[in-house]
Write a protein that binds this ligand. Structure first.
Ligand SMILES: Cc1ncc(COP(=O)(O)O)c(C=O)c1O
Length: 442
């Protein structure tokens, strides 16, 4: 292999110095002989994948639950509604009809057409045979998208606070995630984007409505980002998984309305949130034929395809009765208002009203604790489980994420307990919240 300066520079970004030394050692000395010393089975890639920040909270909560403690779950980002029965029936019927074999890596034609029709209704022209790939969940669409688009040494901007899986997938693909802050009310900050762009910026990830803040991007925000993408030659990954969960009459624009020819856009979407189908694992990506065909090549050689009979259920989800989306949306809106009112009545908590998704991301900086320490203390003392803000970006270490995919009763009871608890908890500053200094992201 010819080791060029560019490759060495890219490698330095990819692996830390210690890893490089280890790598060089292997090159010069060769692999240790069998029977020498124990083999280290962990790949260098794993250095770039931190342990899940939420898993620790979950493990602690499970332990307390096993001890008989009452636990209030606000950490799990999944709808508490059952999958609508017509969707379940379609899957059962497909199974009974023997639709249980491998299918095309791109997706079954009826589902590709149903997805394309959804966008046609919004005036977006998509070729179902070229521009769509169906995947086992939006997560796999994102991961394959990153593998298809970014290289070792690239920078990938993420409008943050943001869902932690983006960072991990980007690192897995050999690139460096770079957080781009939002405005204090979790809106788009064009200046912050401009300041973050470098010649290495290959891609910027947006997620509107956002996990964990519930912030949204407007059509003009998206247009501004698209103009920057054209000027600075980068790609936009638009994760639109929460597009239906918007409140106060807001209408979420798809990035495809801004970039209908998909010159710089890959849209990621799925069935988990809108149709309460988290465990079914069904998602998709829409993009130009080159990118989508590259993703199809990856899928052919990894997962093969999204599960065949689940795709039939996906057709029913898109073509069948849509009323469940509105029923769920309305209920989330009601819970959102309930949660917001309860947090806003807590004196030392700073909160911004979410405009979409089903999360709130209040700031507890007044208590002067790092988010992991605070989340664990609250859990131990009250049984309330939240997600530490630091997992959504190192600058958010004074925040906690709470989901209102929890029932209204859980919100009412749990947050009343939290409010009482916080009023007795020592504050490091008298009122209001202040951000703690940043901690490095692992
Ligand atoms: C922003 C965001 N994108 C994607 C996903 C994953 O969706 P799926 O279940 O389709 O993989 C989640 C799940 O929590 C999410 O919050």
């Amino acid at each position: 292999m010819v080791v060029t300066d560019a490759l060495i520079e890219a490698s330095k970004k990819y692996y830390n110095a210690q890893c490089l030394r280890q790598f060089a050692g292997y090159c010069y000395i060769g692999m240790p002989a069998c029977g020498g010393h124990a083999m280290d089975w962990t790949s260098l890639h794993m250095q770039r994948i931190p342990a899940s920040g939420t898993l620790r909270m979950f493990d602690l909560a499970v332990k307390l639950e096993a001890q008989g403690r009452k636990i209030y779950h606000f950490e799990v980002g999944q709808p508490d509604f059952p999958t609508p029965p017509n969707i379940i029936d379609a899957a059962v019927e497909a199974l009974r009809n023997g639709f249980t074999r491998y299918v095309s890596a791109r997706g079954i034609p009826p589902l590709l057409e149903a997805i394309a029709d959804r966008y046609h209704e919004r005036g977006i022209d998509i070729d179902p045979t070229q521009n769509i790939i169906v995947t086992p969940g939006a997560k796999m669409a994102l991961f394959m998208g990153f593998l298809a688009v970014i290289d070792i040494g690239d920078d990938v901007g993420i409008i943050s606070p943001s869902w932690p899986s983006y960072r991990i997938m980007i690192r897995n693909a050999g690139a460096s995630p770079v957080d781009i802050p939002t405005s204090p009310d979790y809106g788009f900050d064009e200046e912050a984007v401009k300041q973050t762009i470098t010649p290495d910026t290959r891609c910027i990830v947006i997620n509107s409505p956002n996990n964990p803040t519930g912030g949204v991007l407007t059509k003009s925000d998206m247009k501004a980002l698209y103009d920057l993408a054209c000027d600075h030659d980068f790609v936009i990954f638009s994760d639109e998984i929460y597009e239906h969960l918007v409140y106060d009459g807001f209408k979420q624009t798809s990035m495809l309305e801004i970039d209908p020819n998909m010159e710089r856009t890959l849209v990621i979407n799925g069935f988990s949130k809108a149709y309460s189908m988290t465990g079914w694992r069904l998602g998709y990506a829409i993009g130009n034929s080159e990118t989508v065909n590259n993703m199809v090549r990856i899928q052919q050689n990894t997962t093969s395809c999204a599960t065949s009979f689940v795709q039939v259920a996906g057709v029913e989800a898109l073509r069948g009765d849509q009323s469940s989306i509105e029923v769920m949306r309305k209920e989330y809106e009601r819970r959102r208002t309930l949660m917001k009112n309860m947090f806003c009545s807590m004196e030392s908590v700073t909160c911004v009203e979410p405009k979409g998704a089903f999360y709130m991301f209040p700031d507890f900086g007044a208590y002067g604790m790092r988010s992991t320490e605070l989340a664990e203390k609250i859990l131990q003392d009250t049984g309330i489980v939240s997600t530490p803000g630091v997992v959504f970006g190192s600058a958010y270490d004074s925040h906690l994420r709470f989901t209102y995919a929890a029932s209204a009763e859980t919100i009412e009871e749990g947050l009343a307990i939290l409010g009482d608890y916080l009023s007795g908890l020592k504050r490091s500053v008298p009122t209001g919240a202040g951000r703690l200094p940043q901690t490095p992201v692992s």
